[in-house]
Ligand binder design. Structure first.
Ligand SMILES: *Cc1c(COP(=O)(O)O)cnc(C)c1O
Length: 489
């Protein structure tokens, strides 16, 4: 215990500013300078290696003495801000990464200022959160009786759905008795092109990665549903317990959309849970040309998608929707005395969100969605997503026009995979050449596409969820690849 507690309390402290005026001034400067930074982003490097001095500045011992906010902010401007990942830049197309917006930065500031813990209680953020879930359902045409949860991203959205799918299996109360209470091994199915987070989820769920049956894809990188049927039949014959199929609405490598209508039929016939990983592709449902192919999403048992990718919101925010809200709730609900809702007062309010979630404490992520959807209207997002897809077809066209470039798979949505080619080079040499071109594109500040391997061939991969990109940016990329290819081939 603390012996002199009463003397100690004669000089109580707080983290609040001693001089609010000073903090206000520097805060205004931060807002001004960040707005300028975002306004001028096109004229800044798309990528810049952090300097030796900057990296050294992050090797300091734990700070014991205070420093002024001014000094720290100066350090931020020198050592942090000049070396961003670049996903806010118009020529960034690596992995699948969103761009954010200036207005959402302000929303984050408001949310952070309120610092609401959106888990339980009668307060505004709980209602904003549920409003946003309703909007997400409506945006995707998902049933209104579904439940939903805002999470950190697609990975957590996917595992959340798979927990519900697993626990919904059979009548053995897996939550209480565990997987060993089942008469066999649960297995699930996903195409070989499925994102690695699904395997991770399966491992964390205690099923073991062997339980994830990776179904081959056709030449179009979509799941071969004949294989799926066969594998389910084989597994049943061998005494395994199939429980779920994961369909892709937009694979990470090529943007392929699995034949979701056939997969839905198979799931209905076989009584399997259909989960859809629509991390970015689910949002293409806003685009008229993609509505039909994505319609089965409306009937899936669960859908995971990100708002920090193709809804251009700042990190982090993803969403999972579960058609049967009771099953969702019964996979997570647990209410100890200290989390019981009351009839009135702060402890009243909507069903605590922890009843649908692994996480208890949660930030006010919903505010940036609520503000952004209202500020732009959903039609604007539909147009931007459509624009990104159109830009990808434009890049495909540019690639097809150049004899020195090779398209590695036809474009179907917002991902373009191509390489530089040169007669006489074998696959290994071409792979090394294109890898070198990619690193030079980054180092020479041309653009930051990423990479993957398609059928053993190294691809320069452009994944476009960028609301700042323009036609000329793709032209600059193609010119850069041609120039570098000619230099190094
Ligand atoms: C990005 C992505 C994920 C993972 O989402 P995070 O938000 O990065 O956790 C899962 N599946 C696909 C298809 C993705 O593109």
């Amino acid at each position: 215990m603390i012996a002199n507690f009463e003397t100690l309390l004669e000089s109580e402290e707080t983290l609040d500013p001693q001089d609010w005026e000073q903090v206000r001034q520097i805060g205004h400067r931060m807002v001004d300078e960040m707005l300028d930074f975002l306004r001028d982003i096109r004229h800044k490097p798309v990528w810049q290696q952090p300097s030796v001095a900057a990296k050294a500045s992050f090797k300091k011992p734990l700070p014991e003495r205070p420093e002024s906010l001014e000094t720290i902010y100066q350090d931020f401007r020198e050592n942090i801000l000049p070396y961003p990942k670049g996903n806010i830049h118009p020529r960034f197309w690596s992995w699948v990464q969103g761009t954010g917006s200036a207005q959402s930065m302000l929303a984050e500031m408001l949310a952070s200022g309120m610092n609401s813990n959106v888990a339980i209680g009668e307060h505004s953020a709980m209602y904003v959160d549920s409003q946003v879930i309703e909007w997400c359902k409506s945006m995707l045409g998902y049933p209104t009786e579904a439940s939903g949860l805002l999470v950190g991203g697609g990975s957590v959205a996917n595992i959340t759905a798979l927990v519900v799918a697993r626990n919904a299996y059979g009548d053995r109360n897996i939550r209480q008795h565990g997987l060993r209470s089942l008469p066999g091994q649960l297995v699930l199915y996903a195409s070989a092109e499925t994102h690695s987070c699904i395997q991770k989820a399966v491992e964390v769920l205690g099923l073991g990665s062997d339980a994830l049956r990776k179904i081959p894809v056709g030449a179009d990188y979509r799941m071969d549903t004949e294989h799926l049927r066969q594998r389910i039949a084989e597994d049943r014959a061998a005494g395994f317990l199939p429980f779920c199929v994961v369909g892709n609405a937009g694979t990470v490598n090529t943007g392929a959309i699995d034949p979701l209508d056939e997969i839905l039929d198979i799931c209905r016939e076989e009584n399997l849970w259909l989960h859809i990983d629509g991390a970015f592709g689910a949002l293409a449902k806003l685009v008229p040309e993609y509505q039909a192919v994505l319609r089965p999403l409306e009937e899936a048992d669960s859908v995971a998608f990100d708002l920090h990718k193709w809804m251009y919101l700042p990190y982090e925010i993803g969403c999972v929707l579960v058609k049967n809200a009771d099953l969702h709730r019964s996979a997570f609900a647990l209410q100890p005395e200290y989390l019981l809702s009351h009839e009135r007062g702060l402890a009243a309010g909507p069903d605590p969100i922890g009843n649908y979630s692994m996480e208890l404490s949660r930030g006010f992520k919903a505010l940036k969605v609520w503000m952004s959807f209202r500020e732009h209207g959903i039609e604007k997002f539909a147009r931007l997503i459509r624009q990104n897809i159109a830009q990808s077809f434009y890049l495909e066209k540019l690639v097809l026009q150049e004899a020195e470039l090779e398209l590695l798979t036809p474009v179907t949505m917002n991902i373009v995979c191509f390489r530089y080619r040169k007669p006489g080079l074998d696959t290994t040499q071409l792979n090394l050449l294109n890898r070198e071109i990619l690193m030079r594109l980054h180092e020479e500040n041309v653009a930051t596409p990423s990479y993957t391997l398609l059928g053993g061939q190294y691809a320069i991969r452009v994944a476009n969820v960028n609301h700042r990109s323009r036609k000329e940016d793709f032209e600059a990329l193609v010119a850069g690849v041609l120039r570098l290819g000619r230099t190094f081939a």
